[in-house]
Design a protein around this ligand. Structure first.
Ligand SMILES: [Zn+2]
Length: 130
């Protein structure tokens, strides 16, 4: 097992959300490192459950983080002004909640799953948990 405490996030590719989400998870869970998987509009990807190939590839990356780095927490992100997912805030949050449910169905109970919304001020909010 690697030294240090790891968490995991499936974040958007958007460069504006990397640091806020990383800092939030480090502070909330006392993490040293956040393993980061990026997809454009990941809350939509995991809420509509249509692109099974991409979902499976992302889940395999989560599995590496969990098994090799001992991560016990996984974040899934939606954010303001997402180029890949031009939904309003309410739609984003609904997608985040669905995405948490999809992830819960694939990932063992040893890993907590958090739905995170990043608002227009780049502040991170926990909107769902499973
Ligand atoms: Zn985005």
């Amino acid at each position: 097992m690697s030294a240090g405490k790891f968490g995991t996030v499936i974040n958007c590719i958007d460069g504006r959300v990397q640091t806020p989400v990383n800092d939030y998870l480090k502070a909330a869970f006392g993490l040293d490192y956040v393993d980061t998987i990026t997809e454009p509009g990941p809350n939509r990807l995991f809420s509509n459950n249509q692109d099974q190939t991409t979902i499976a590839a992302a889940l395999e990356k989560v599995n590496i983080s969990a098994t090799k780095h001992g991560s016990k927490v996984l974040g899934i992100v939606g954010h303001y002004d997402c180029a890949a997912n031009p939904a309003n805030e309410n739609e984003h949050i609904a997608q985040i909640r669905h995405a948490v449910g999809t992830l819960r169905s694939h990932i063992g109970d040893e890993m907590s799953i958090l739905g995170l919304w990043v608002d227009e001020h780049w502040h991170v909010h926990r909107v769902s948990e499973a």
